[in-house]
Design a protein around this ligand. Structure first.
Ligand SMILES: NC(=O)c1ccc[n+]([C@@H]2O[C@H](COP(=O)([O-])OP(=O)(O)OC[C@H]3O[C@@H](n4cnc5c(N)ncnc54)[C@H](OP(=O)(O)O)[C@@H]3O)[C@@H](O)[C@H]2O)c1
Length: 283
């Protein structure tokens, strides 16, 4: 039984490939640019883009289950080519809803709907904000000043390894078909508190300054484009992010116990994530 993990360059995909290999499963990874993945040696990596049909057959050959980074472009075509799969585990987002006015949750809701309509057995993972988003702060933390438009905005950031651990359970044990898992980290922290945690692990204090919103828009657009994720970083998505951050100023984000319920282990804290990634933030 081969499991195909799409989005091979992504943080969640990398953590999932590592976990599946460690547990002795057969894994193939698919990414748009296989030469740039940071996957463990020995794993088969094929070039495949969900938005283009070239190479789907090679990626799906002998595959029984798929971990899917769900963009909506090309998804219907990919799913019809994938008929016969035993399960698709979809990396969606907290609050996914095709009727949502928020561009992010609407796109994920539409992707989930396409998977439902395909008739394939599915499991939906709906994480909130990734701790890995804070890697965008790496240069700023090294310089000692983080700029953010909403320093008192909360988020319960989740470690990529916890999303991967839930995905691995869903793919390799029974009882997860038709399940929707809302996933968060264990605690809600403000931007200021997150910066303080990063300062703590690097040993150098980090100041937080309020950033002009237009600067934030420009920075985020450039950051998405640099990762080849221009469509993810479209203007409507960035505006949805801004509204969401504003709504969580001084309001702790609700957390879930789903990581523990599914994996038997509590979700990792932001401090644990920061300690593991300290090198990225250290001068
Ligand atoms: N970041 C967050 O806080 C957050 C929160 C909730 C949900 N999500 C969702 O989780 C997913 C990944 O988020 P991220 O970008 O922040 O994390 P990431 O783990 O860095 O993933 C980015 C990966 O998405 C893959 N991807 C993008 N377009 C693709 C396409 N057309 N075909 C195949 N793969 C494609 C890329 O894989 P390759 O380049 O290797 O092909 C890329 O490496 C997105 O759908 C996002 O909306 C993110």
């Amino acid at each position: 039984m081969t499991i195909l993990v799409t989005g091979a360059r992504g943080n969640v995909a990398r953590a999932l490939v590592e976990q599946l290999l460690r547990d002795g499963h057969e894994v193939r990874a698919a990414g748009r640019d296989p030469g740039t993945t940071r996957l463990p040696g020995g794993v088969e990596v094929v070039a495949a883009d969900l938005a283009r049909s070239a190479n789907w057959d090679a990626a799906l050959d002998g595959v029984t289950k798929v971990f899917l980074y769900a963009g909506t472009a090309g998804l219907d075509g990919f799913l019809s080519r994938a008929s016969g799969l035993a399960q698709v585990v979809v990396l969606s987002a907290l609050g996914a809803d095709p009727a949502s006015e928020d561009a992010i949750t609407r796109a994920h809701g539409e992707a989930e709907q396409a998977v439902r309509d395909s008739g394939l057995p599915w499991t939906f993972l709906r994480p909130g904000g990734f701790a890995a988003n804070r890697l965008l702060w790496a240069d700023s933390v090294r310089a000692g000043v983080v700029r953010d438009p909403f320093p008192d905005s909360h988020s319960a950031l989740i470690h990529e390894a916890d999303i991967a651990a839930v995905a691995a359970r869903a793919l390799t044990s029974s009882g997860h078909l038709g399940a929707t898992y809302s996933l968060t980290g264990p605690e809600s922290l403000t931007v200021r508190q997150q910066a303080a945690v990063l300062g703590g692990v690097t040993g150098a204090p980090v100041r937080v300054e309020t950033q002009d919103l237009d600067d934030y828009r420009r920075e985020l657009t450039a950051a998405f484009a640099a990762r080849g994720l221009g469509s993810v970083g479209s203007a409507s998505v960035i505006e949805a992010r801004i509204r969401r951050l504003a709504a969580l100023v001084d309001r702790p984000q609700a957390t879930t116990e789903t990581v523990r319920d599914v994996t038997g282990r509590p979700a990792r804290s932001f401090a644990e994530w920061a300690a593991e990634h300290a090198a990225a933030f250290t001068r």
